[in-house]
Write a protein that binds this ligand. Structure first.
Ligand code: ADP
Ligand code: ADP
Ligand code: MG
Length: 537
């Protein structure tokens, strides 16, 4: 099956032309005669969190514009009227909702997807931005719970990505609205902050309607009550399914087949395997490193255990923000020198930093060719370029790429170098759920096929779970000190990591994916008592 975009045959069969189910004859909205068409709408409901799961460019923002009353759906005609909308939705769950929208009685509060844009529009202090939003008298509580007290006096233009994200969540939650929309909460946040924000949003939904888009599936799973799957052809058309229970929806999405709709959204399932431990003897060591440490002035210090890295293994690196993960990989990569401890730099390392900069305005094609002579090989094209969907970006200037596009180009550039070890710092950032699963597959196959060692720092538990054979866990106090443990098995590492977070995971019976246990549920208490935070079989 080809997607019609790629010239080569794609070994991953990433995107398929799936066609429209017959029942969908009339789009809810179409932007002009040949413009993007949206079929279906999510149904926000008071008392629950409604999630949308699907790739970008498939009409999620369009749907929210409609539900906010900012865009009148035209049902593919030249223009629409509220009478037509009410007639169309008569007898459905959306009728009452649209009656209120038509009467101007729905107030919407939105958290935008790209928080990086906020400093372009607002130059004042954090407190000035937040004070205006305090319509429910909840701001002080939100500031406290989102750990924002120390940035109230800082200028918005000086905040880090994670601080901006939390300010944006606080601003959205502080307003008094009927309908709250959070367009992604996880970017720039560590897993602790993601869970914390998810709990806060669930509380809003106790007496309000809340809609969320989220690409971190572990978070979506614990946050949403029901989920609409969104599928289609990015930029062409999008279909939003009826709501499904969150567990069923994520399982169907991972399997790539929606039985109620009789639609296949992907040719291959995304699989979670319970990793068998590797047999120690036949695996050669790539590198042994002794303990090392690093101090940044008086502010932050990192210390590490020594460890041994194996040839061809993928290591996951987990821990909160500000604990020294990036510093650790920069020291391994030879970009930063440790204060104590020496590293053997006889091995070649290819390193993708967390923050990617593009400073020369050259087309992607020339950029990738300059990084690697392998660029034109069919192996490179079929194993890296096509599944990462960068073919269509070849003629774009590196400086003009979006965050997600630049991320994919940077992953491709990292893997195209000739090296002994590949280190990727936060590869899931800015990627949608489909691109994350593709990136995961590309990195894993690359390491397996070439017997190369890879290290991946990430907060997306699904990505870490699918990729890693072993884990390096970081503990400490963010911005004060960090401690890197020696590489451990997934089981031991996840137990340590999750115990620090105070959450437990079980495996889904159907798909083996990890699921967060409800705090204080029977399983949660049982697993904690046994010290089995990760999962119990
Ligand atoms: P998502 O939120 O899922 O990323 P959007 O709803 O933003 O998707 O966009 C879906 C498609 O609709 C995109 O191809 C976009 O270019 C197109 N689109 C969005 N707004 C308009 C508009 N005002 N006029 C024409 N096309 C638009
Ligand atoms: P992580 O990747 O776990 O988020 P980092 O290694 O980026 O953590 O940073 C750990 C701490 O060190 C943070 O408090 C950060 O502000 C600080 N830090 C990072 N790089 C520097 C630097 N070059 N100079 C001074 N402080 C730094
Ligand atoms: Mg980092």
């Amino acid at each position: 099956v080809g997607c019609g975009i790629c010239v080569h045959k794609c070994p991953f069969e990433a995107i398929m032309i799936i066609g429209l189910p017959e029942a969908l004859t009339e789009p809810t909205h179409r932007y002009g005669p040949n413009g993007f068409a949206l079929y279906g709408l999510p149904t926000p409901q008071v008392g629950r969190v409604t999630g949308i799961l699907g790739p970008n460019g498939i009409g999620k923002s369009t749907a929210v514009q409609i539900l906010s009353g900012n865009l009148l759906p035209n049902f593919s005609q030249e223009s629409g009227t509220w009478d037509k909308v009410l007639e169309y939705y008569a007898g459905t769950a959306l009728y009452d909702y649209f009656s209120d929208v038509a009467d101007g009685e729905i107030k919407v509060s939105q958290k935008p997807q790209y928080v990086d844009m906020i400093p372009k529009a607002f130059k004042g202090k954090t407190s000035e931005l937040l004070d205006k939003t305090d319509e429910r008298g909840k701001l002080p509580e939100l500031v406290e719970r989102l750990n924002l007290s120390h940035v109230l006096d800082h200028k918005i233009t000086e905040l880090s990505g994670g601080e901006l994200q939390r300010v944006a969540i606080a601003a959205c939650a502080a307003k008094d609205a009927d309908f709250y929309f959070f367009d992604e909460i996880s970017p720039y946040l560590d897993i602790y902050q993601r869970i914390n924000s998810a709990q806060l949003i669930q509380e809003i939904a106790e007496d309000k309607a809340v809609l969320v888009v989220e690409h971190d599936l572990a978070i979506l799973d614990m946050l949403a009550d029901v989920v609409h799957i969104a599928y289609g052809e990015p930029g062409g058309y999008g279909v939003i399914t009826h709501p499904k229970g969150v567990r069923i929806a994520i399982n169907q999405y991972l399997k790539g087949y929606l039985p109620e709709e009789n639609v296949r959204v992907r040719s291959e399932a995304i699989k979670f395997e319970v990793h068998p431990p590797r047999m120690g003897t036949d695996i050669s060591t790539l590198m042994d490193y002794a303990a090392f440490s690093k101090k940044y002035g008086d502010a932050f210090s990192l210390s590490t255990d020594g460890g041994s890295l194996k040839q061809g293994e993928v290591l996951g690196i987990v821990g909160p923000n500000g604990i020294g993960k990036s510093t650790f990989v920069k020291i391994l990569a030879g970009e930063v020198l440790p204060d104590e401890g020496e590293l053997d730099h006889n091995i070649k390392i290819s390193y993708k930093p967390q923050y990617i900069k593009a400073d020369t305005a050259i087309p992607v094609r020339y950029f990738l060719r300059s990084v690697s002579s392998r660029f034109d090989s069919s192996y490179y094209q079929s194993e890296i370029a096509i599944p990462l969907q960068i073919e269509r970006l070849y003629d774009h200037l590196v400086t003009e790429l979006s965050g997600g596009e630049l991320q994919r180009v940077a992953i491709a550039a990292c893997l195209s170098q000739d090296a002994d070890m590949y280190i990727l710092d936060e590869p899931s950032a800015h990627l949608d759920v489909e691109q994350r699963s593709m990136a995961t597959k590309v990195i894993k196959r690359f390491a397996e096929n070439n017997r190369k060692t890879a290290m991946v720092v990430d907060h997306d538990i699904y990505m870490i779970d699918m990729l890693s054979e072993r884990l390096i866990v970081f503990e400490g106090e963010p911005a004060v000190y960090g401690k890197a443990h020696k590489p451990s098995s997934m089981q031991d590492g996840m137990n340590k990591f999750l115990a620090n977070l105070g959450i437990t995971f079980r495996r889904d019976e159907d798909t083996s994916r990890p699921r967060v246990n409800k705090p204080n549920s029977r399983l949660d208490r049982e697993q904690k008592a046994k010290g089995e935070y990760y999962y119990h079989d």
